[in-house]
Write a protein that binds this ligand. Structure first.
Ligand SMILES: Cc1cc2nc3c(=O)[nH]c(=O)nc-3n(C[C@H](O)[C@H](O)[C@H](O)COP(=O)(O)OP(=O)(O)OC[C@H]3O[C@@H](n4cnc5c(N)ncnc54)[C@H](O)[C@@H]3O)c2cc1C
Length: 513
């Protein structure tokens, strides 16, 4: 028997008798709460509770609190009964328009049973293992736990965020959702990227998947069997962590200006690496650094293992330190030549190749962040009363919702179209033919996010600027969304790339098109 059904039942008249500060009951969503002792603990103080003593506080409660407050163990203890005639279904949260990407898609050519299985399994994992503490973990900014990382490894979640999974790494299936390698495609990865942004703690999700999803694919694509064995497999099992170290204080957008230097030792058994890298996601706790260096033979990608000649320090950014963003120093770091990815001289090409997958993943995750904002805006506008009406009853607010929904759904359609192209192309074809469309997609996604950020902030009012309570996710979004527009290629560079790539299809520009 559930706790709810074993509770005594009270009429409204009986609740109304408990209407003083010394004996203070309220009704919220069909349940009766004794808030007498809680007055001293209420973050908003005692006066608002005294005003509601003995009354139904449901509308007031939802106009400033999230439903999950009611599920907090501290609040559950205050529940003393149910309201007579109350039906349990009243308490179940209705689904929110646009909260799921299939809201406007009853039919889709893209998803099959294995995708639906995968989404449901990933969501169950995330809801059980990450969501319960994600807001606090994101706020605390500590390293995501290695134990959680290993659980993700065992389920194949880490492998599923690194592009096409090759049999080279010994997988026959992804445990999470029981997806065989034959079934696995970029739509599974799309789902994973979405589910890890759905919980709204962006620093934490980047700490869990960010470094791996950009630092490992280049090894999986171009690394030797030795690197697959000693680096890729432990990272995919979740025992070790990896990051991508390209940017430097002198070179962000203009990658070719990097200075990090790798010289071969006299016996040619090692590279000696000297240089610094800046803003490296996951760098604070990484065991391996996939690092772009300059060598005598041109650019080279080296996998540098953490040792005494490698030091990292945290960089505080506008989002959570749980992302592990770091400044990295290599001081005469000795790197065995076996740790060279592919060929010396091709490091720059590998880096550019890697960017397409990174940009696509960022656009998918970024649009999911925007979708969460639309969901938040709906929930808030449906509960918040202003001038005797709910916010959602104001046409101008519905217009703002429509603006956000139109942008988010357009970007989602672009994402699905490009993902479908990726599923039907080789990696080489993706690199050659989709660099432009993916650049355009990421540009469009971050422009859309800019409108979403402005709009959702306006709809939330003061709470959009508050780091707790109703606005907690909106506030996080305000200070996180801009990263998508700068990292992995800024908006200006990607817009330009998209047009330059499109012009390649017509050869030399004729005098008249
Ligand atoms: C939180 C965070 C995490 C990061 N994670 C990583 C990581 O894991 N690995 C890594 O290697 N790097 C990482 N970076 C670095 C990131 O990739 C760079 O910040 C980015 O490439 C931009 O470089 P920059 O900041 O030096 O800006 P700059 O290159 O100095 O550019 C500044 C601005 O100038 C404009 N601009 C630049 N070039 C052009 C142009 N050609 N035309 C028109 N406008 C232009 C753009 O608006 C751009 O935003 C991270 C950065 C941050 C903040």
């Amino acid at each position: 028997m559930s706790k709810a059904t074993s509770l005594p039942s009270f009429s409204r008249n009986e609740v109304a008798k408990h209407h003083t500060a010394a004996d203070l009951w309220v009704i919220i969503d069909g349940y009766v709460y004794d808030l007498t002792q809680f007055q001293a603990l209420h973050p908003g103080g005692a006066p608002p509770l005294k005003r509601l003593a003995g009354k139904d506080a449901t509308v007031d409660f939802y106009s400033i609190h999230r439903k999950n407050v009611l599920n907090d163990s501290r609040f559950l203890k205050l529940k003393v009964g149910t309201l007579q005639g109350f039906k349990a279904t009243q308490a179940t949260e209705p689904s929110t328009p646009f909260a799921e990407s299939d809201f406007v898609r009853k039919h889709s050519p893209y998803y099959n049973a294995s995708h639906r299985r995968f989404r449901s399994a990933v969501r169950s994992f995330v809801d059980a293992e990450i969501v319960p503490t994600c807001v606090e973990d994101d706020e605390n900014g500590e390293d995501p736990s290695l134990e959680l990382n290993m659980k993700m490894g065992q389920l194949g979640i880490l492998a599923a965020v690194c592009g096409k999974i090759s049999t080279k790494i010994g997988y026959s299936k992804i445990q999470c959702g029981d997806v065989s390698l034959e079934e696995f495609d970029y739509f599974h990865e799309l789902i994973l990227c979405e589910e890890f942004k759905r919980f709204g703690a962006y620093g934490l999700s980047d700490g869990l998947l960010g470094g791996l999803s950009i630092g490992l694919p280049v090894i999986l694509n171009f690394g030797s069997p030795y690197l697959l064995e000693t680096v890729a497999k432990p990272c995919l099992r979740g025992e070790k962590r990896i990051c991508l170290a390209i940017s430097e204080p002198y070179a962000g957008s203009d990658v070719a200006r990097i200075r990090c230097d790798a010289k071969l030792s006299e016996d040619r058994s090692h590279y000696i690496v000297n240089g610094v890298k800046k803003w490296i996601t996951g760098g604070r706790f990484a065991d391996f650094f996939t690092t772009l260096c300059k060598t005598e033979g041109g650019f080279a990608l080296l996998v540098i293992e953490r040792n005494n000649a490698v030091s990292t320090k945290a960089i505080k950014t506008s989002y959570s330190s749980a992302a592990g963003t770091a400044y990295v120093e290599f001081n005469d770091a000795l790197v065995p030549v076996e740790n060279l990815v592919g060929e010396e001289g091709l490091g720059f090409s590998y880096t550019m190749y890697n960017f397409n997958h990174e940009r696509w993943g960022m656009a998918v995750g970024g649009n999911r962040m925007s979708r969460l904002m639309l969901e938040e805006a709906f929930r808030w506008a449906a509960g918040r009363q202003v001038f005797k009406r709910k916010l959602i009853d104001q046409p101008v607010i519905r217009f703002k919702m429509a603006q956000m929904a139109a942008e988010i759904e357009s970007v989602h359609s672009m994402i699905e179209d490009i993902t479908y192209q990726m599923c039907n192309m080789t990696s080489e074809e993706i690199n050659k033919d989709l660099a432009g469309p993916i650049a355009l997609l990421k540009y469009k996604q971050t422009r859309a996010a800019s409108l979403v950020a402005d709009t959702v902030c306006q709809i939330f009012g003061g709470r959009a600027l508050t780091r707790s309570g109703m606005g907690v996710f909106v506030e996080k979004f305000q200070r996180s969304y801009k990263m998508q527009a700068i990292l992995g290629g800024s908006e200006e560079i990607l817009a330009d790339l998209a047009i330059r790539q499109s012009m390649k299809t017509i050869g030399p520009i004729p005098a008249k098109l």
